[in-house]
Design a protein around this ligand. Structure first.
Ligand SMILES: *Cc1c(COP(=O)(O)O)cnc(C)c1O
Length: 383
């Protein structure tokens, strides 16, 4: 593994940093190589690949008999906005559960599209409360849809979507899940979790390259949503119909990104599927957290809420610690980390998603120790 990894890096270009970020992510050399072709949008081979990709996504979600997979051009946000702006009919009302920046983004979409909404807000270090969601649905009969984020990449927290799904289904409402940074690494039984619309994107846990998002939609509400879109390009039902009718996209498809994704799906299966990939991310996340704690950093989330894809660390209280310098010096050593996104605490984030292995984490930790010494932060007494 170490040898192929080194070769992988060398061929990728020694100048490429390892991306310990929430995206774009480090991808395998073979995934990048799969893009070295030019296929036309009507090419039979391309159309077959699109079909295989859509089938592969339903297999990962274990929901081929109940759901449809729809690819949508653009980053993950485009996929979420496609669902929010297409699936909620005029007169519908959306309950958004918020415990981070990505939940807030869904609220913003509803505002822009003039969708009536109610927001249930939690602290960024607090799980969504299933009983409170159940109570909100019982109290307000006008709510037709519920949206929440599975893995809140703002902090790394993982929300209890299965339990929430159960109460949403029991209350006969439609459940929309942003599974951007979980699908492919945290096993999700889409039908059993009562998810009607799941959204993720090419360059998260499946480790493709950026360029499109995908929606896994329950057939019934999808069919019923026909004609309800508030935008032309993000019309989910029309996109689905296009793919179903002649296998083509309505507008220029991200051909290269789909070729890379097709290869990335094979590599996910070779690794052993979502459970095995999640185990790799989890092992990296644990190695990272224990190493950071040994250096003196403290994680923002309690371990019980911490997911495998990204970890938020508090700035150390040391007066010589400055995030920009810390970031720059790590970057010069070949490691990209990520700033924080919290409202109330000074933090930075380190991702363990993408083509990252435990050995890479060990190297990152060594670089962090060096950089702290260079900054004169002897022991990072946590703040
Ligand atoms: C990455 C991510 C998104 C989408 O972000 P894009 O920059 O549009 O790809 C949405 N939600 C979550 C939880 C994410 O991690």
């Amino acid at each position: 593994m170490t040898t192929s990894r080194t070769t992988d890096r060398r061929l990728a270009g020694a100048a490429d940093k390892l991306l310990f970020t929430p995206g774009p992510l480090t991808t395998s050399r073979t995934t990048k190589q799969a893009m070295l072709r030019d296929l036309g949008s009507r090419d039979v081979e391309f159309i077959d690949i699109v079909r295989e990709v859509r089938k592969g996504l339903l297999e990962i979600g274990q929901c081929a008999s109940t759901h449809e997979a729809i690819l949508m051009q653009g980053s993950g946000t485009f996929g979420i906005e496609s669902v929010v702006s297409s699936a909620i009919p005029k007169g519908g009302k959306l309950l958004v559960v918020v415990n981070g920046a990505y939940g807030k983004r869904i609220v913003r979409m509803a505002e822009i599209h003039g969708i009536e909404r109610v927001v249930q807000t939690y602290g960024e270090d607090a799980l969504a409360d299933v009983a409170a969601i159940e109570a909100a649905l019982a109290k307000d009969a006008a709510i037709t849809h519920v949206a929440m984020v599975h893995s809140e990449t703002t902090t790394g927290l993982v929300n209890p979507i299965e339990q929430v799904g159960r109460v949403v289904r029991a209350a006969k409402r439609i459940f929309i899940v942003d599974a951007m940074s979980s699908f492919g690494a945290i096993p999700i039984d889409v039908d059993r979790s009562a998810i009607d619309y799941l959204v993720s994107s090419a360059n998260k846990c499946i480790e493709g390259v950026p360029g499109f998002s995908f929606v896994i939609a329950r057939r019934e509400p999808l069919v019923a949503s026909e004609g309800g879109a508030r935008s032309l390009s993000l019309d989910l039902h029309a996109q689905w119909k296009g793919l179903e009718n002649d296998g083509q996209f309505r507008f220029t498809p991200p051909t290269h990104a789909i070729l890379a994704f097709h290869q990335a799906l094979k590599e996910l299966a070779d690794e052993g599927g979502p459970a095995a990939r999640g185990a790799r991310y989890r092992a990296c996340q644990q190695k990272l957290t224990s190493g950071m704690q040994a250096i003196g950093f403290s994680a923002y989330l309690p371990p019980g809420l911490q997911g495998p894809v990204i970890t938020t660390f508090r700035y150390p209280a040391h007066p010589r610690f400055a995030f920009d310098a810390f970031y720059e010096k790590l970057s010069r050593r070949g490691f990209a980390i990520y700033p924080g996104k919290l409202t109330h605490a000074d933090c930075f984030r380190i991702g363990t998603i993408g083509r990252i292995f435990e050995g890479d984490v060990v190297n990152l930790l060594a670089a962090i120790r060096d950089v702290l010494a260079e900054l004169g932060v002897d022991s990072a007494s946590p703040g």
